[in-house]
Design a protein around this ligand. Structure first.
Ligand SMILES: [Zn+2]
Ligand SMILES: [Zn+2]
Length: 246
């Protein structure tokens, strides 16, 4: 254990990721009893489009469907009806909650392994990379949740973690329309100068899949550098209410 971790444990109580109530250090799920119940309901959410659960829903944004054989995601992200999704993503994004990173990444890993098993994909042939936040966000929050998740995923799977991209953009994807997102993604990401395509196959990590434009653009950069396979891996997928392609 690192000294910083020992100090943190001595000084700060462990808190529930959703309500900040103090919880036991050794509790397996990082929620208080009440929030654990809410989480159990959250994980049972069904797809707004096909009505299936998270294991059997295969709805994907049109961009992703068209361009990838497989995209792995773990839970539905539902901004309108479920506070828990927002709280957890908030914990991931804006607070340095190691518990949130670990908890969400482990769920992401479980779903990825399940998807690989179904498709006969050998995950050991892959390396893990991620789509980095913009500089404004990094400066503001001092850490990048997608990077932390990607690093931990690589550690869990015992495969390489690779820094492939630099984010040179200054706009947040969140506030943009679908078309603007595509343009903004193209302006925002470049391959790192020292990036060497040693691995050929990549898991491309992002926290949330919305339209898929960032994932698509970053995967094209990897392919232009010689990658043969890219699989997007996200923690949450937007659970859209509207029908048809999205
Ligand atoms: Zn709680
Ligand atoms: Zn579905």
């Amino acid at each position: 254990m690192k000294i910083s971790e020992i100090l943190r444990r001595m000084l700060l109580p462990r808190v529930c990721l959703l309500c900040d109530e103090t919880i036991d250090r050794d509790k397996e799920i990082p929620f208080c009893e009440d929030c654990e119940k809410e989480w159990d309901n959250f994980i049972e959410i069904r797809c707004n489009r096909c009505g299936r659960d998270r294991y059997s829903c295969s709805c994907l944004p049109a961009l992703i469907k068209k361009n990838f054989d497989l995209a792995s995601w773990a839970v539905f992200y539902d901004t309108e009806s479920k506070e828990i999704a927002n709280s957890l993503v908030f914990a991931l994004k804006y607070q340095r909650y190691r518990d949130a990173i670990r908890f969400c990444t482990e769920i992401m890993r479980d779903m990825l392994l399940e998807n690989c098993r179904k498709r006969g994909i050998n995950y050991k042939e892959f390396a893990v990379t991620y789509t980095p936040r913009g500089s404004i966000k990094r400066r503001l929050y001092t850490y990048d949740q997608a990077r932390e998740m990607a690093k931990y995923l690589a550690e869990l799977l015992d495969i390489d973690f690779v820094e492939a991209f630099k984010n040179i953009g200054n706009k947040e994807q969140k506030r943009l329309s679908a078309i603007e997102r595509r343009k903004n993604a193209q302006r925002s990401y470049v391959l790192k100068k020292n990036f060497e395509n040693k691995h050929k196959k990549y898991f491309l990590v992002d926290d949330i899949m919305t339209t898929g434009s960032t994932l698509l653009y970053c995967s094209r950069l990897l392919i232009s550098a010689g990658a043969t396979e890219v699989i997007p891996v996200t923690y949450a997928k937007d659970n859209y209410k509207t029908k048809g392609d999205y």
